[in-house]
Each structure stands twice: as structure tokens, then as C-alpha cells.
Write a protein that binds this ligand. Structure first.
Ligand SMILES: *[C@@H]1O[C@H](CO)[C@@H](O)[C@H](O)[C@H]1NC(C)=O
Ligand SMILES: *[C@@H]1O[C@H](CO)[C@@H](O)[C@H](O)[C@H]1NC(C)=O
Length: 431
């Protein structure tokens, strides 16, 4: 009995190889002489048929082996290539290491633990909690002891259900929070599928042909980009910036509204959680600024007709690292400062990427082509096209983000932390 079940190297038995062995080894093992005898004794009309059979068997065996081994070799080759590719852009490992440190991590963890335990003490937290409760008429707490946390209101079954949902949402989110470079490849599934479902489209794994990310910079005024923006398959707008009266410059189509959870928190005080300046049918996606905002999410998700998506915390983390890397790099290389000083001049644990940056990152993951409008500043332009806000927020480093956008257009290989398995689409910035 030939040992057909033993793989050649005694390990890693491959299903394909076993099939090939079972079916084809015995045939090859027949001594060639007896094979020729057998062939000679065969009835003449059967000979061609038999030859074809033998050749087919040989061909299949060979191609199976080529498949099995070819697959093996090409993955080795691939690994070599990856190594070579990784060597091309040289990232400064000190900067990478610093960029990967999440200064606020410990504080966040404690905050999340407190919330999961039902401890809402602390001024900011309690205000959110109270305003959340106010909208649930079943809770008529006149209690003065309410400042000690949730217990009183938990007696309401309706409130209790929200409380469980809140805990579940926050818990799921906190558990997923870790760095994962190839999360970019999941954005189609995590975000695009949800949006396509909502719009009744079934384009599953196709990305959007073209996306416009519309920032809110004053440079948009007098740009006349309205029509160009609307010609994109997908138009993403930021932080509920008004479009009425500005259509000529900013367009009027909105496929996705990108906000941060501070904005949802404000919306949550309104009747029905209204947060839809672009219409109730437009999906909203947001990142969570504070774990507490899951209260607003839990309350508003139910009352929104269009999807209300929370960005995946792994995606948040990737965005944070990229921006911090650029910020550190600028700080050290162009301003000549030391890494240790970075924290104190960037609000430490409050430092955060802007909504615009994350919206661009999202577009990179779900679009074949990305156009960026209304990002950047100029001495002659307002900070926002739709407000009179003067100053930029200190907790963002817009200069660092501009450097990132610049690399997106000119030098994509210089962008750190992205997985090799992810291909960035071409990007155009309209000034
Ligand atoms: C990396 O950056 C750090 C901090 O700026 C600097 O001290 C170090 O020399 C850099 N290393 C290399 C290899 O360029
Ligand atoms: C948000 O609401 C939608 C629609 O009602 C629901 O399908 C989804 O499960 C909710 N999400 C969470 C995390 O509760």
C-alpha cells in the first residue's frame, strides 16, 4: 500500500495535494513495462481514447502540483517584495514610536469604566445625562439627590432599556479600540454598505467612482465650485455647515454628513434629535469625541430615519496616529523643537485630528478618486465660509494635516501607518 496520505514534508498536509496523491500516484506507480504491455494488448479502437485519458491524468496532476507549489512560491515572492517595498520610504522610527503613544488612553479608560459602572458624577457628564433624561417624559425626577448618579431614574423601565443599550454600545466600542493598520480595507463594508443599503442600492464591493469632500474654509467663497462638487458620485459635507445661499460655491448635493459627536450632542437637545440640515434622508457619520456621547448616540439613533454611523475606533486610532506623526515631524524638523515639548504645545491629551481629516480618510477608503474642496486657508479668506469664527482651534494641528494632504497628492509613499494591502486612490485638491 503506497503511503499516499503522508505529505512530502510530513507536515502541513494540503487538501489539494492529498487529492492529487490519492487519485494519481497509483497510476504513476505502475511499472512502465507492464503499462506498455497493457497498452499493446488493448483493443485497437480503445487505444486513442486510453491515451487521451492518460495524458489528461498527467496534465491534471502536473497543473495541480504547479498550482500547489506555484501558490506557495508566489506567496514567498510576495513576502520578499513587501519587505523591499517597506524599505523604500524611510520613516523615522523615533517619530513613529512617539506618534503611536496615545497620551489620553489611561484617562479614557477610567472614564469609560466609570460610565459603565453608572457613575455620572462630574459636571460635564452630569449635564449630558440630565439633558438626555429631560426628553424622556416618563422620568419625572424632582429629586435633589439626582446629582449622585443614575439610581433614581433607573426605576423607569424605558430608561433602563436605554441605559442597557448605552452600556452595550460603549462597551463594544471600547473593546474594539486598538490599532489595526489595514482597517482602511474594511471601510467599504463598515460604511459604504450601510449607506448603499439605506439608498436601496446594491453595489456591494464597488467603491464610489468619485467623491468630493467639502471642507468649510472661507476659501470656497467666490470659487464657483458648486457644479463641480455636485458632479461627484458621493458628496461628503462637514459638521452641518449651511449650504443655503452658498450653493454656487459649495454645491447643493449631500450624500453623507460627517460630524463629530459634539455636534450630535447639541442636536440631542432638540426635539427628535434633529441633526439634518441636508434633509432627514441623508446618513450621518460621526466620531466619538467623548465616551459620554454614547448617551446622545443611543438616544438619537432610534429617532433617526437615516443611518447614524459611529466611526470604527480602529479607524479613529489610525487617523490619530497619522496626524500626530505629521505634527511631530513638523514640530521637530521645521520648528526645530524637541519631541518632549510637543505635548505641552499641543494641548496634550486633547490633541485631536479634525473632522475634515477623518472625512478625507474615509473617502480614501470608499472612493476610487477623491477631490478635496474648501480645505486650507488664506490671509484674505474667512476661517469658515458660513460663520464668523476667527481663530482655529488649538487642539487641531491644521498645518500638519495640510502636510498630510500634500503627501496624498504628491507623495503617497511618505504616509506612515497604512497597510501595504491598501492602495490609496488618486487625490486632487481644489484651492
Ligand atoms: C529621528 O527623529 C529624531 C527626533 O527628531 C531625531 O533625533 C533622530 O535623529 C531622527 N533619526 C533619524 C535616523 O533620522
Ligand atoms: C441604530 O438604529 C438602527 C435602526 O433602528 C438599528 O438597526 C441599529 O442596530 C442601531 N444601532 C445600535 C448600535 O444600537
Amino acid at each position: 500500500m503506497p503511503k499516499i496520505f503522508e505529505a512530502e514534508d510530513g507536515s502541513g498536509v494540503n487538501a489539494c495535494e492529498i487529492c492529487a496523491a490519492i487519485y494519481f500516484r497509483p497510476a504513476l506507480a505502475i511499472p512502465i513495462n507492464s503499462f506498455l504491455d497493457f497498452f499493446a494488448q488493448m483493443k485497437r479502437p480503445l487505444r486513442p481514447l486510453f491515451s487521451i485519458l492518460v495524458f489528461t491524468v498527467l496534465a491534471v496532476t502536473l497543473s495541480l502540483r504547479i498550482l500547489v507549489h506555484g501558490g506557495y512560491f508566489s506567496s514567498v515572492e510576495l513576502e520578499n517584495k513587501v519587505v523591499v517595498r517597506e524599505q523604500l520610504p524611510v520613516f523615522n522610527s523615533t517619530l513613529l514610536k512617539y506618534a503611536a503613544i496615545d497620551v489620553g488612553e489611561e484617562k479614557d479608560k477610567q472614564e469609560i469604566e466609570r460610565l459603565l459602572e453608572g457613575n455620572f458624577d462630574g459636571p460635564g457628564r452630569y449635564r449630558t445625562f440630565a439633558s438626555w433624561r429631560k426628553f424622556h417624559h416618563d422620568v419625572r425626577s424632582k429629586s435633589s439627590s439626582s446629582s449622585s448618579g443614575i439610581p433614581l431614574s433607573l426605576r423607569s423601565p424605558m430608561f433602563y432599556r436605554y441605559w442597557l443599550d448605552f452600556r452595550r454600545n460603549l462597551n463594544d466600542w471600547a473593546r474594539k479600540k486598538r490599532f489595526q493598520a489595514d482597517i482602511m480595507n474594511d471601510l467599504v463594508r463598515l460604511v459604504k454598505h450601510v449607506i448603499d443599503n439605506h439608498y436601496g442600492l446594491n453595489r456591494l464591493d464597488r467603491k464610489y467612482e468619485s467623491c468630493a469632500v467639502v471642507g468649510n474654509s472661507g476659501i470656497l467663497l467666490n470659487s464657483n465650485y458648486g457644479e463641480l462638487i455636485d458632479s461627484h458620485e458621493m458628496v461628503i459635507r462637514l459638521n452641518n455647515a449651511r449650504i443655503e445661499r452658498f450653493e454656487k460655491h459649495v454645491g447643493s448635493k449631500t450624500s453623507l454628513s460627517f460630524v463629530n459627536s459634539n455636534i450630535l450632542h447639541l442636536c440631542a437637545r432638540r426635539e427628535g434629535c434633529f441633526c439634518h440640515p441636508y434633509g432627514g434622508n441623508v446618513p450621518v457619520i460621526m466620531y466619538i469625541c467623548q465616551p459620554m456621547h454614547f448617551l446622545d448616540y443611543t438616544r438619537c439613533n432610534g429617532s433617526h430615519k437615516a443611518p447614524l454611523i459611529v466611526t470604527d475606533p480602529r479607524f479613529d486610532m489610525l487617523c490619530a496616529r497619522i496626524v500626530k506623526y505629521y505634527s511631530l515631524k513638523l514640530f521637530v524638523e521645521e520648528k526645530g523643537k524637541s519631541l518632549e515639548e510637543w505635548g505641552s504645545s499641543h494641548e496634550g491629551s486633547l490633541f485631536h485630528y479634525s473632522s475634515g481629516m477623518q472625512a478625507v480618510m474615509l473617502a480614501l477608503g470608499v472612493c476610487d478618486k477623491v477631490s478635496i474642496f474648501g480645505f486650507g486657508k488664506s490671509a484674505s479668506a474667512k476661517h469658515h465660509y458660513h460663520t464668523n469664527q476667527k481663530a482655529e482651534l488649538q487642539l487641531h494641528d491644521y498645518e500638519a494635516e495640510y502636510a498630510f494632504y500634500h503627501d496624498l497628492v504628491e507623495n503617497q509613499r511618505a504616509i506612515p501607518f497604512l497597510s501595504d494591502k491598501f492602495n490609496l486612490p488618486p487625490v486632487v485638491i481644489y484651492h
